[in-house]
Design a protein. Sequence first.
Length: 79
Amino acid sequence: MPNHADLVGTAEVARILGKSHRTVHRLVESGELVPALVAPGGYSGSFLFTRESVENVRRAQAEQAQRSPKGRRSQKAGA
């Protein structure tokens, strides 16, 4: 089990990733982000995540943004 100090809640994850609380829930639904602990309460239950798993998602999103045409300036021929 992870050390309590290594766990962060949904609001902190949203802040770290620069995303909304709802987007964090979508990441959980898609399996892209797996909570270390889930409090009882169904979908509205609270999630706790390891800092390591959040950092892995942040890095993956940054790498994807760099590869995406949206993430780079378009280069026109002859410019």
